[in-house]
Design a protein around this ligand. Structure first.
Ligand SMILES: C[S@@+](CC[C@H](N)C(=O)[O-])C[C@H]1O[C@@H](n2cnc3c(N)ncnc32)[C@H](O)[C@@H]1O
Length: 289
């Protein structure tokens, strides 16, 4: 009978996923192995000669096959890392992207740079990744996070609980600002952030299969030009933002000029900037009042 050590499995899975054109095949192989064996990544290398046996081999085989069919690794292992926080993910929510960490970084910088910051609103929170990362790094901030999907909010609730942030973060279900009654049960926010659905109809058709066939369409599609949600957020944000507050939105790489126009048209902001991600794509629009 063939003996499968960790070393041999890592090499075999990496080669298989490479042939199937899966992104980051070595990392994917490591994550699948860690998940099945209950190991940390470092242990794969300190226990290179460890022999893996049934039933773990069978479980691994099934997951590798699904990964080869472009099911996202995050969903297969049920977790991901975002801004150094381990988070639960399920097919009910988008898998947080590294680009969104830039939004978190700018949100934290802004909140740390103003006098007596107290509150942030995260619209379209999904897994709760942005809300959790900002709350974890700005202990004095109260965060309200909304999403239209109850299933996504159930995942967010687990993440907020896992990181002991229940006193700081309130999750509300509904359409954008609808669950919040401005001036009645909430005072205005220092900061409003959102990574809304922003994929245009045409772009959606061309998305990679690991995204299009597995991630929720409601988390991705922003209408014909992808900007339906940005437009609605920009139009209404004035009712929910302090007079010296800021709005930060994640956008698609070609949407910067259009969203800048939207912000300019409100006449609310004295400073508007478009920030680029590590790949030098326009990624975040920031408006400061
Ligand atoms: C691009 S995902 C972002 C999720 C998360 N914030 C992140 O950065 O990974 C967009 C989210 O918007 C939510 N959504 C879609 N339509 C919405 C609406 N009308 N009101 C509130 N949330 C909505 C989806 O359920 C999804 O969780």
């Amino acid at each position: 009978m063939e003996v499968w050590t960790i070393q041999k499995l890592l090499n075999w899975i990496t080669e298989y996923l490479t042939r199937q054109t899966v992104d980051s095949p070595r990392l994917s192989a490591e994550l699948l192995l860690c998940h099945v064996l209950g190991f940390q990544r470092i242990e794969l290398y300190t226990l290179y000669d460890h022999v893996v046996q049934q039933p773990q081999l069978g479980r691994l085989h099934e997951l590798v096959k699904r990964a080869g069919q472009h099911e996202p690794i995050g969903y297969l292992v049920g977790r991901c890392e975002f801004y150094s926080l381990p988070l639960k993910v399920t097919p009910d929510c988008l898998i947080p992207r590294p680009e969104t960490e830039l939004l978190v970084e700018k949100a934290i910088d802004f909140l740390r740079g103003i006098k007596d910051p107290s509150s942030m609103l995260d619209l379209c929170t999904g897994s709760g990744c942005i809300a959790a990362a900002v709350a974890k790094n700005c202990k004095e901030i109260r965060v309200v996070a909304t999403d239209i999907s109850e299933a996504a909010l159930a995942v967010a609730a687990e993440n907020i609980k896992k990181h002991d942030l229940e006193k700081q973060v309130t999750l509300l279900c509904g359409d954008l600002f609808d669950p919040i009654v401005a001036g009645l049960d909430r005072s205005p926010f220092d900061l409003i952030v959102s990574n809304p659905p922003y994929v245009s109809d045409a772009e959606y058709e061309k998305l990679a299969p690991n995204v299009k066939d597995h991630e929720p369409k409601t988390a991705l599609c922003g209408g014909k030009d992808g900007l339906d949600f940005c437009r609605r957020i920009v139009e209404k944000c004035g009712d929910f933002l302090k007079s010296d507050g800021a709005l930060m939105l994640e956008i698609g790489f070609s949407q910067g000029p259009a969203v800048r126009n939207q912000l300019e048209e409100t006449g609310l902001f004295t400073e508007i900037a478009i920030l680029q991600d590590a790949a030098r794509h326009d990624r975040i629009v920031v408006g400061r009042r």
